[in-house]
Design a protein around this ligand. Structure first.
Ligand SMILES: [Zn+2]
Length: 227
């Protein structure tokens, strides 16, 4: 793997752990190669701040929309960061760092449902979420809500697991699949949608005018930015 710099803390040391377990690989009907890149996306993490590769990809997407080349740990101390209104839905690898911002708001399920959020239109400059959209029963409604609460030039930055070799499928008629520890899985972790190669069309269907996809190690770790 080429050198990756952590977009969140600036560190360049990463280590691997395995995340997927055999039952999940079988439910998802994915190949060993696909399982391997999902393990890299979720399991390879920064030794300093613990961000995994999807967190690093998300951090890069955030840095781009706020216009900084600095790690987020340094960006949050700048004066332009002080004016930024950020909504963090359910927490991400960048949450701890971004929570230092005066304009940071955290909204977690079930208190806040992404499909119907208690915020006024155009209240935020940046909305972020990470591996949450696949658990939302109506992902398009979730994305439309993100668009509604964003200011006119605002951006949504998010990650979602994407199986790049096939199209998105709805799991509602398939055997329930859960993320998280299989022993402790609750309903909240149930996967509603398995995103595929057409994942980029969802924000456009929800009314965003552009979509950009960032990667730090394709196809292991991608983040989407919708404007
Ligand atoms: Zn880091």
């Amino acid at each position: 793997m080429s050198l990756i710099i952590c977009s969140i803390c600036g560190n360049d040391e990463f280590e691997d752990t395995t995340i997927l377990w055999p039952a999940l690989i079988e439910e998802w009907e994915i190949s060993t190669e696909e399982a391997d890149y999902i393990n890299r996306q979720q399991g390879t993490h920064c030794v300093r701040c613990k961000a995994n590769l999807r967190g690093v990809a998300l951090g890069n997407a955030i840095r781009e929309v706020v216009g900084t080349g600095e790690p987020l740990t340094r960006f949050v101390k700048t004066s332009s960061a002080g004016r930024l209104r950020v909504l963090d839905i359910n927490g991400t690898a960048a949450s701890e760092v971004l929570s230092a911002l005066p304009g940071y708001v955290r909204a977690d399920y079930p208190d806040v449902d992404m499909q119907a959020m208690p915020f006024k239109a155009a209240s935020f400059d940046v909305v972020i979420h990470s591996d949450t959209l696949e658990h939302v029963p109506r992902p398009l409604d979730g994305l439309k809500e993100c668009r509604r609460i964003l200011a006119p030039n605002g951006h949504l930055c998010y990650t979602v697991p994407i199986i790049v070799g096939r199209m998105t499928r709805n799991r509602q008629n398939l055997r329930p699949s859960y993320h998280g520890n299989p022993e402790e899985s609750g309903y909240d972790f149930i996967v509603q949608t398995e995103f595929g190669a057409d994942a980029w069309t969802f924000p456009l269907q929800a009314g965003f005018s552009s979509v950009k996809i960032n990667t730090v190690s394709f196809p292991a770790a991608t983040a989407l930015t919708a404007c």
